[in-house]
Design a protein around this ligand. Structure first.
Ligand SMILES: [Zn+2]
Length: 457
């Protein structure tokens, strides 16, 4: 579209696919990066380019959040210290209190936080298309998974019909052909019958749609799938739902249903054994590592080192702020690394470099987007961010990767661009009215509180 070139410079450049270097930058033309290199070289090669210098910052590819639920942003801080199943039930009840417009406002508020913390690609899972709309209007890159639920096998056809109805307007939206992909997410083994899983996979394969499943998240889920026992079994009993436990691990169950063969994005995977990891690796499925959500809900520590060793494509996800309570990938990565070292009593397990790669190129690979995003390289989409490394909590900087992973904060992100378009300029998000979004979020929360009080909570 435009042949205007801009040279973005900073003290540090962290391309991911090559070692970081000092005093350099990238040249962006239209939606793409056309050059990466040292300042002198780029100035000489592109003398006509407009220059934007970020001073003591690091330039790096935008962060890829492979698992979020933007529409749940309004529930931040409302679901504290609950056992998982109670948390799920309370979440479902809260959700019923939101109008379609409330859900949209909630999703918009989530996007503000994501853009301000340097996320340039967001994988959102939602029951309504609100997340899709928010991704589209904000200018961020994304993938929206339409959720489908249905524990009764006899309801499977109807659930798929409902799914198709919800998908149609999303898939026809102009945004779906450019920045925001659409996929489907049969939620989890305890909310989706085997029959619905099979039909959803069949539909996804017939229409070449990506697939996402929450799996092996909790011990309760393992108990339910392996032995037909525990809290989920009791809920099924109370609701008169039939459940024949397949008697295998959740991952083996997905394999046996043909879900793994569709190479889904698996969310969580905390409770997996060696055989499960081999099945995932063999299938080519990817995993969303959500360490803070897993820790906060008391699910445990996922075997990230084993996944990486098995060659599985892994990205990092924040999950929803109803279980996190932040949509901040820098914090997620730092926690995700430290919890592994603490858990295995190893000071050398996983490097800052490995984790930063998961946040960028790893996440891109988990979404099969690694040829387009995830690193600073000529030809790639200009999805990039600047993180200010001049703060007292970061200085002095020895290595920018160590500084970013172990010291920097979301509030140090001072620039976010997607496809060359500036979405956060260090002061405000350029595509959304932040004041209005925040005010609306407060209204949504007030209504939720009021309704909760009426329900006698
Ligand atoms: Zn989730």
């Amino acid at each position: 579209m435009s042949s205007v070139r801009t040279l973005y410079l900073a003290t540090w450049v962290v391309p991911i696919t090559r070692p970081p270097f000092r005093r350099g930058g990238i040249v962006v033309e239209g939606e793409r990066i056309i050059a990466v290199g040292g300042e002198a070289e780029l100035r000489a090669q592109f003398p006509e380019a407009a220059v934007r210098d970020f001073g003591g910052a690091a330039l790096l590819p935008g962060l890829v959040n492979v698992h979020a639920h933007l529409e749940l942003t309004a529930f931040r801080g409302m679901l504290e210290d609950l056992p998982f199943v109670k948390w799920l039930v309370a979440l479902t009840r809260l959700r019923e209190g939101l109008s379609a417009e409330d859900v949209r406002e909630s999703a918009r508020a989530g996007i503000l936080e994501a853009l301000r913390s340097g996320q340039t690609t967001i994988v959102d899972v939602g029951a309504t298309g609100a997340g899709f709309d928010a991704l589209c209007e904000s200018g961020v890159r994304g993938l929206f998974f339409q959720e489908v639920f249905g524990p009764r096998p006899e309801d499977a056809e109807e659930s798929v019909r409902g799914l198709i109805e919800r998908l149609q307007p999303l898939r026809a939206h102009p945004c779906a052909f450019t920045r925001v992909g659409v996929g489907i997410s049969p939620h989890a083994p305890y909310t989706v019958s085997a029959r619905l899983f099979r039909q959803a996979v069949e539909y996804a394969r017939a229409h070449a749609l990506p697939l996402c499943v929450h799996i092996a998240e909790s011990q309760a889920e393992v108990e339910f799938v392996r032995h037909g026992r525990g809290e989920f079994a009791r809920i099924y009993e109370r609701r008169g739902l039939l459940w024949r436990a397949p008697g295998v691990s959740p991952i083996r169950y997905l394999h046996d249903l043909g879900v793994l063969a569709a190479r889904p994005l698996l969310v969580h995977g905390v409770h997996v054994d060696e055989e499960d990891i081999a099945l995932i690796a063999h299938s080519g499925a990817a995993i969303a590592y959500c360490p803070k959500s897993n820790a906060k809900l008391g699910h445990g520590v996922a075997p990230l080192p084993e996944w990486v060793r098995a060659g599985i494509a892994v990205g990092v996800g924040t999950d929803s702020v109803a279980s996190n309570n932040a949509c901040d990938l820098l914090e997620e990565a730092r926690f995700g690394l430290l919890v592994q070292r603490a858990h295995r009593a190893s000071p050398t397990l996983l490097s800052a470099e490995t984790v930063l790669r998961l946040l960028t190129l790893g996440g891109a690979r988990a979404l099969s987007l690694e040829s387009r995003i995830g690193s600073l390289e000529p030809g790639k989409e200009a999805d990039f961010i600047a993180i200010d490394l001049s703060g007292a909590h970061v200085q002095p900087v020895e290595d920018p990767v160590t500084a970013i992973v172990f010291s920097a904060r979301a509030s140090d992100v001072c620039f976010t661009a997607v496809g060359g378009r500036v979405l956060f300029d260090g002061t405000s998000v350029t595509t959304l009215d932040e004041e209005r979004v925040r005010a609306r979020l407060r209204e949504v929360r007030a209504r939720l509180r009021h309704r909760d009080a009426l329900l006698g909570d």
